[in-house]
Design a protein around this ligand. Structure first.
Ligand code: BG6
Length: 481
C-alpha cells in the first residue's frame, strides 16, 4: 500500500438506535421489543436476554414499559438537519444501516413498504447531494420480530432467503451509490449476545450453543450470497466483514493465562472473520464443537459459497481491550462482554477500559491475519454529557479520547497497516445498544432526550463537534485533500 494513502474520516449511526419513526408501516423488530430498565447491576444483561413472554409484553400497548428504540433519537424527523451537520463537519463518509422491518415489516413480504423506500430515498439523495461517501450496513442487530417467532431467528435457514430478498431490493435501488458494504454489524456478537446478534430467544436453560452456531452459519452464508449477488450485478462498492475487537492481554506471564487467551481470542474474536475472510471454517472450530457437543448442518454448497465469496476488506469496532486470566480477578464491563480489570488502564463510567495503544496493536493483528485493507468501523467514548443553559456541551473528555485514538490510528498507518477509514460511532447521540439508555452518549452532536424519551430532541453542537471538524479539515490540508 502507498503509505501516503490517507485515512477517510467518518461518522456512524444504526437505524434502530437513531431513526425512531415507529409508524404503522414499519414492522416490529427485535430492538423495538427491548424495554428500558433503570440501571441496576444486571439491567444491561436483562435487556439483551429476551424471552417469548417479554416479546408478548412488548406487543401490548398497555405494558407500561418504555421501549427506547421505537424513538431512537428521531432521526426520521430530523434527517435533513442531521445531514447538514455531517456536511458541516466535513465527514468523508457516513456509515448507517437500513432497518429491515421498515422496508419489509415482517421480513417475508414480496414487495417493500413504499413509506420505507421513500425514507431511504431521502437518505441516499441527501448524502449524494452532499458528496458524502456511503458506508452501508445491511443489518445492524435489528430483525423483524416475525422472523424470530416464525423461524427462531437466524437459526432458521429460511432467514437467508428472506434476507436475500431484502438485500436484492437494496442493491437494485441504491446499490450504485454505496462505496463500502457490510452485510452484518459485529457478526461475532451473535456468539456473546445471541438476541442482538442472531435473534435467538432465551430458553429456560439459556441458549443452546448448536442454535447459536447454526444461526451464525446462516449469517455467513447470507453474507457470502450478498457478495456473490453484488459481484454478479457489478456493483461498484466493496464488501467487508466486521467484528467487535478486544485486544486481549494475559493478566500475568503465567503460561496458562496465555493459553487461555489464545482460545478465547479464537472463538470470541477471530472465528467469524476467519470464515468470512478466508472462506472456510478454521482448524480450531472442530475441536471446540466436539467439546461443546455442537452439531451443525453445513452443506457442500454452503462451503463452496463461503470459499468463493470472501470479503474485500476487514473492519473492526474497537472501544476497549480485555484481560484474560485463569484466576479469579476483579471484573469490569466491556462491549457486550465482561473483562478482567487491567491495572494500567482507566475506564469510562460504564467500565469500558480506554486503550488507544490497544487499537494500534489490534490494527496490526487484523492486517497480519487477513492481509486485506482495514477499516475502524466504530469507535468512540460513551459518556454522560451536560447541556448548559446556553446550549453548549463541554465534552473535553471526549476530545481527549478522540485525540488519543486517532493518533494511534495514524501511527498504525505509518507502521504500514492499510487503514482506509476511521468511523466515529454514534456521531449524533443515539440510544445505547447495550444498555438501552440515552445517558450513555457518543455523539459530537447532542440530542436533548432522556432515558424515558422526555425532551425536545433538539440538536446542539458539542465542543467535540468543533474539534472533529477542525481535525478533519487540517488532516485533509496536510494529506492532499
Ligand atoms: C457496538 C454496536 O457494539 O457498540 C453499536 O455495534 C453500539 O450498536 C456500540 O451502540 C456501543 O455500545 P453501547 O452499548 O454503548 O451502545
Amino acid at each position: 500500500m502507498d503509505k501516503k494513502q490517507r485515512i477517510l474520516w467518518g461518522g456512524a449511526t444504526a437505524s434502530s438506535q437513531y431513526e425512531g419513526g415507529f409508524t404503522d408501516s414499519k414492522g416490529l423488530d427485535t430492538q423495538d421489543c427491548r424495554a428500558y430498565l433503570p440501571r441496576t447491576s444486571n439491567a444491561t444483561e436483562e435487556t439483551r436476554l429476551l424471552t417469548k413472554e417479554k416479546i408478548e409484553e412488548a406487543k401490548r400497548l398497555d405494558s407500561g414499559k418504555y421501549y427506547p428504540f421505537r424513538n431512537g433519537t428521531k432521526g426520521f424527523e430530523h434527517l435533513e438537519e442531521d445531514i447538514e451537520y455531517l456536511d458541516e463537519l466535513g465527514l468523508d463518509l457516513y456509515r448507517f444501516s437500513i432497518s429491515w422491518a421498515r422496508l419489509f415489516p415482517n421480513g417475508v413480504e414480496e414487495v417493500p413498504s413504499p413509506e420505507g423506500v421513500a425514507y431511504y430515498d431521502r437518505v441516499f439523495n441527501l448524502l449524494t447531494e452532499k458528496k458524502i461517501k456511503i458506508f452501508l450496513t445491511l443489518n445492524h442487530y435489528a430483525m423483524p420480530i416475525y422472523l424470530v417467532e416464525q423461524y427462531g431467528g437466524w437459526k432458521g435457514r429460511e432467514c437467508i432467503e428472506h434476507f436475500m430478498r431484502f438485500a436484492t431490493f437494496v442493491f437494485e435501488r441504491w446499490g450504485n451509490l454505496v462505496e463500502y458494504w457490510l452485510p452484518f454489524n459485529e457478526i461475532n456478537a451473535g456468539y456473546f449476545s445471541p438476541f442482538n446478534g442472531v435473534g435467538l430467544l432465551k430458553g429456560e436453560n439459556g441458549f443452546d450453543l448448536s442454535d447459536v452456531f447454526q444461526a451464525l452459519h446462516h449469517q455467513f452464508v447470507a453474507s457470502a450470497k450478498t457478495i456473490k449477488l453484488a459481484r454478479e450485478m457489478k456493483l461498484p462498492g466493496r464488501f467487508g466483514s466486521m467484528i467487535a475487537c478486544f485486544c486481549y492481554y494475559p493478566l500475568t506471564s503465567r503460561p496458562e493465562d496465555n493459553l487461555k487467551l489464545v482460545f478465547e481470542e479464537q472463538m470470541n474474536q477471530w472465528y467469524c472473520m476467519d470464515i468470512l475472510s478466508k472462506g472456510e471454517y478454521p482448524y480450531y472450530a472442530e475441536t471446540f464443537f466436539e467439546n461443546k457437543n455442537i452439531v451443525l448442518n453445513i452443506t457442500d454448497e454452503d462451503k463452496k459459497l463461503l470459499k468463493e465469496n470472501t470479503c474485500d476488506f476487514v473492519s473492526i469496532s474497537f472501544y476497549t481491550s480485555s484481560v484474560i486470566t485463569v484466576e479469579e480477578a476483579d471484573k469490569t464491563a466491556g462491549n457486550l462482554v465482561v473483562s478482567t480489570k487491567n491495572p494500567y488502564l482507566k475506564a469510562s463510567e460504564w467500565g469500558w477500559q480506554i486503550d488507544p495503544v490497544g487499537l494500534r496493536t489490534s490494527l496490526h493483528k487484523v492486517y497480519e491475519r487477513y492481509g486485506k485493507p482495514v477499516i475502524v468501523s466504530e469507535n468512540g467514548l460513551g459518556a454522560r454529557d451536560v447541556l448548559t443553559e446556553n446550549g453548549e456541551v463541554h465534552d473535553e473528555y471526549r476530545i481527549d479520547y478522540m485525540k488519543s485514538y486517532y493518533e494511534q490510528a495514524q501511527l498504525a498507518l505509518e507502521d504500514g497497516v492499510p487503514l482506509e477509514a476511521y468511523i466515529a460511532w454514534g456521531i449524533i447521540d443515539i440510544v445505547s445498544a447495550g444498555s438501552c439508555e440515552m445517558d450513555k452518549r457518543y455523539g459530537v452532536i447532542y440530542v436533548d432526550a432522556d432515558n424515558l424519551g422526555n425532551g425536545s430532541y433538539k440538536r446542539y453542537k458539542k465542543d467535540s463537534f468543533y474539534w472533529y471538524k477542525d481535525f478533519i479539515q487540517k488532516y485533509k490540508e496536510q494529506n492532499n485533500g
